[in-house]
Write a protein that binds this ligand. Sequence first.
Ligand code: FES
Length: 113
Amino acid sequence: MTPNTDTPPLCLLTDIPDGNAIEVEALVNHEVESLLVYRHGDEAHAYFNVCPHAGRRLDYAPGRFLVRNGTIICAAHGATFTADSGDCTAGPCRGDRLRAVPVAVHDGVVRLA
Ligand code: FES
């Protein structure tokens, strides 16, 4: 995906431990939103920090996410999501998905795409 270099950086790729996720706040559609940004090697995937089950935040403490072996786990009731796609694979919202926010990595910088 092509980065929009007019947008401010969300973070550096190296800010995210590989295979884990951090929270960033960003202006999306004119609203400040909490986003989960997941790193998989040289790629990044971003989602709204909102679980499709009950609309709760995914993190167990501000900016602290449960991510294990490519799976994001909602801290509220344990729904599990494939980190690369956002698809819910188990739990109360199985078959649903996280709302993705398109991002791109260019020169080690993660930006909205
Ligand atoms: S709010 Fe995430 S599993 Fe219920």
